[in-house]
Design a protein around this ligand. Sequence first.
Ligand code: NAI
Ligand code: MG
Length: 367
Amino acid sequence: ATHKLLLLPGDGIGVEVMQEVKKLIAWLEKRGVASFALEEDLVGGAAYDAHKVSITDAAMARANAADAIIFGAVGGPKWDNVVYEQRPEAGLLRLRKELDLFANLRPAIVYPALADSSSLKREIVEGLDILIVRELTGGTYFGEPKEIVTLENGQQRAVDTQVYTTSEIERIASVAFELARVRKNLVHSAEKRNVMKSGLLWNQVVTRTHAAKFPDVKLEHILADNCAMQLVRNPKQFDVLVTDNLFGDILSDAASMLTGSLGMLPSASLGAEDRATGKRKAMYEPVHGSAPDITGKGLANPIAQIGSFGMALRYSLGLVEVADAIERSIARVLQQGHRTADIAALGEKTISTTEMGDAIIAALDRE
Ligand code: NAI
Ligand code: MG
């Protein structure tokens, strides 16, 4: 099969790290490992400069038609004074909203060679590979009423509302179970059913979804506060961790500190399943931004972007073995001591963005 990819490099180091993904794609094609129909378009400041919008309707149409979107990063001081509606981030928000990307996937992987840069002890994190699946479009951040009102006694009263419906929980739980099947087949679902009605419903719907569609996957329920503790105490007990928007925000940030640099963190956002094809809309992007402070210097670490591409292979394109091979190559390159500046220890020799990309391809070549 030919896989339809839309590349949206964006701004700053987004363009530089995407270059390394393009090299990797060219290598995969040359080796006959996979075949891609590649499209590329502008987003963010780059789209604004060319078209006065943060993303064009034409690019949105391409995004809708793609099997997966690989996104770089957007933004930079050049566009600080652009009207709010067309600021670079608006392009990213439009993609997330129109593709209804409700499931945010944040892996936390600790490569053995970098285990000492974790905030935890080596033996606790070495070889860690967990995936947090955060619900992204519901819950406390969006629930109504959401307001601050002034009371008769002069006090102010702030209200946020946690709202979840059966279908919202069912679809995020299904994503988590599906992903577990191409991983270690274990899902932890975190909520606070002991004190929250939404937690109780979450627990019930996850249990029902599991029984109806995914009985082959192992399911554990865990209270979200205990989950935070367990992530720090013994993170390797987890494989896939599914949770709501608010708990997911906090737990995924905590989990990211178990790993090394921002330059190492990939992510994905998945949308609804297409009834006809069974495929999900999906966008893959590094967690980091456009890093104007290092743009144009060859300093950017391309591993977060390459890792995001690897997630696309694994979760959207069904190329799990290729994704595994890329992961192994990244691990091997790090083991050999190759370091971009962001992951180098003081005094350690560093290599450039391009050299890191080349090293990963060379390691793949030796597989
Ligand atoms: P940032 O993630 O761009 O940079 C934070 C720090 O990490 C900088 O010192 C940067 O040099 C370093 N860094 C980031 N990625 C790296 C990599 N791959 N290799 C080595 N070092 C790396 O966040 P910042 O500085 O807050 O924002 C810069 C611009 O990016 C802003 O315009 C912001 O709005 C935008 N941004 C865009 C995001 C996106 O496109 N999804 C996400 C976050 C910020
Ligand atoms: Mg956060």
